[in-house]
Design a protein around this ligand. Structure first.
Ligand code: FAD
Ligand code: DLZ
Length: 517
């Protein structure tokens, strides 16, 4: 006789939130289900480490729930009874266990939200949806805040959230500590040679079983993994531990070198919290409260610019892009402001390029399923935008390759911030640069086969001619953006016709040979 339950609750792979009110009471009539399904492993080609991290985290979470006395059904990808979509499995479990009510938490991705809404329409039993109790703002917070506004400024959003939660505020409740909201200008330093980068803390896992199962199930993946030495935090204890490591070791220089690029280290002073945050092993509020408390106790060693820069990423950018996502989906996923159509160069999948900066950022992404923000924005993103790659291809790459990639956060960052395909909803200008910026912020150019100073000729850095080509081909669309007018005017009025022609010829050559740069 199959055990009967009254209620079935699905826990999605990015809803591993043990402090959710669902789990505060044990109920023998409630069955929780976690599912490894092909519809999630295959909707985009993921990095093998991303799938391994999700499955290991889900498996640990199921064990924790069981240990706490909850009733749990865990479907592995290779289970004979696995129907390979959330809906198919839910329908089967409802039948098998005589379920009378189905419940889920608000999913973060539009695609999954639609899938579960459709499922509920098809079911004949009552259904209910509850909040995921993770974010600091609701799905529609940004839509309300920006109602009737022409521009959706991060700064407006950030100040609102900081005030609402009284984070780093003066006693009057409305003035930011020290009177200054933002230390952005202090966050743009190049990494000096004499600054030691502390080693990243490792969280070694044995993912052999998962890797073997993915092979058996013929799941196509990107990148590499060392199965028995896979390095990623996948439990709540590890999430809390990496937060402590960040507070104690990396926070002190977080803001200073947030925008720096260097081949000396893969993590610099970044936190590597994005995966554990995005699967909800840890909450944004507990992260910022813990980091602020650490800073308060160590103000003689850590200046305010470091902690403010960090808090802004979490309660500003992270919540803000989610708000924009829910405000603008599903149309947002189809925007292509510049009508870019080029293919993503083959080297994005192999790392085989002579451009030192891209080689390093892509190889690191393939090796670790991680790149920090400026590698994503100003190297791989910048280059794809200069080349005019179709945003669908750029999105698919970002959504697949990074361990932390979930559409609600990936899409506004990639299509919006990095590719300006939304025409300026998220970013105030396209983030493009020539070799000059890369050289200013990094140590790549000195080891590169290309010449950072040259715009044309055999060894000219491709960033240079493609940068001006971007202005040339998009002039009409860029003219209305005050922050880029100066560059447009340099291109049109300060360069000779002969110089412009040589640059455009060089860019045309690079575009035609993009796979072999
Ligand atoms: P840290 O630098 O230590 O920052 C701390 C935390 O702040 C991060 O863990 C993250 O939760 C948050 N954060 C920082 N910047 C952003 C941002 N722009 N948007 C949202 N949250 C932010 N982040 C993802 O979590 N998933 C993605 O799929 C993703 N795709 C991106 C694609 C592009 C093109 C760009 C430019 C950025 C993307 N980001 C994404 C944002 C950012 O790059 C990553 O959050 C960060 O690199 C993760 O590393 P970390 O945890 O060490 O971050
Ligand atoms: C990313 C991912 C992958 C690769 N596999 C699964 C899975 O098999 N089962 C699951 O519940 N979740 C998975 N995830 C995360 C999902 O994409 C995420 O749960 C939804 O997109 C909800 O936002």
């Amino acid at each position: 006789m199959v055990k009967q339950y009254k209620r079935l609750r699905i826990v999605l792979g990015d809803q591993l939130h043990i402090r959710h009110s669902w789990f505060s009471t044990k109920d023998a009539d409630t069955l929780y289900v976690l599912q490894e399904v092909l519809c999630e492993t295959n909707y985009v080609k993921h990095h093998i480490q991303k799938i391994a991290a999700f499955f290991l985290a889900m498996r640990h979470f199921a064990k924790t729930l069981k240990a706490q006395g909850h009733e749990v059904c865990y479907l592995t990808l290779d289970a004979a009874e696995n129907g390979q979509t959330f809906a198919t499995n839910i329908k089967r479990l409802i039948q098998a266990h005589g379920i009378q009510q189905f419940e889920y938490q608000l999913p973060d991705e539009y695609r999954v939200d639609e899938h579960l809404k459709q499922l509920c329409k098809e079911l004949t039993i009552p259904t209910a949806v509850v909040d995921s109790e993770h974010f600091m703002t609701t799905r529609d917070f940004a839509a309300h805040l920006f109602e009737g506004k022409k521009r959706y400024l991060l700064e407006t959003f950030y100040r609102k959230v900081r005030t609402r939660y009284q984070l780093m505020m003066e006693a009057d409740g409305v003035t930011p500590l020290t009177g200054q909201w933002n230390y952005d200008k202090n966050n743009r330093k190049k990494l000096p040679k004499n600054v030691q980068i502390p080693p990243a803390k490792q969280y070694l896992q044995d993912a052999s079983e998962v890797v073997e199962m993915l092979e058996q199930m013929q799941v196509a993946t990107i990148g590499t993994i060392i199965p028995d030495r896979f390095d990623c935090p996948v439990t709540r204890e590890e999430a809390l531990d990496i937060l402590q490591h960040f507070n104690q070791i990396r926070l002190r220089h977080f803001g200073d070198y947030q925008d720096a690029l260097s081949e000396r280290h893969w993590l610099h002073f970044h936190s590597r919290l994005s995966f554990v945050l995005n699967v909800k092993l840890i909450s944004p509020l507990e992260v910022v409260e813990s980091s602020i408390a650490y800073w308060e106790a160590h103000q003689s060693e850590i200046n305010i610019a470091q902690i403010e820069g960090f808090v802004r990423q979490i309660i500003g950018w992270r919540e803000y892009v989610r708000g924009i996502y829910w405000m603008k989906m599903p149309d947002y996923a189809t925007l292509n402001y510049f009508n870019h159509q080029a293919a993503l160069p083959a080297f994005y999948w192999t790392g085989e390029t002579k451009m030192r900066c891209l080689q390093h950022a892509i190889q690191q992404s393939l090796d670790r399923a991680y790149a920090h923000h400026i590698q994503r924005l100003m190297l791989t993103g910048n280059f794809a935008l200069l080349l005019g790659v179709h945003p669908d291809e750029v999105d698919a790459w970002y959504l697949g390759i990074y361990m932390d990639a979930l559409e609600w956060v990936e899409l506004p960052n990639t299509r919006g911030m990095s590719q300006y395909a939304d025409g300026g909803i998220v970013g105030t200008k396209p983030y493009v640069s020539s070799a000059n910026y890369v050289d200013k912020m990094s140590d790549y150019c000195k080891n590169c086969q290309y010449d950072k100073k040259k715009k044309y000729g055999k060894v000219a850095c491709p960033f240079n001619s493609l940068y001006w080509d971007f202005y040339d081909r998009n002039g009409d669309k860029l003219r209305r953006i005050p922050r880029v007018n100066m560059m447009l005017s340099t291109w049109n009025n300060k360069m000779s016709a002969e110089e412009r022609e040589k640059i455009l010829e060089q860019a045309a050559y690079y575009k035609a040979n993009a796979d072999h740069l």
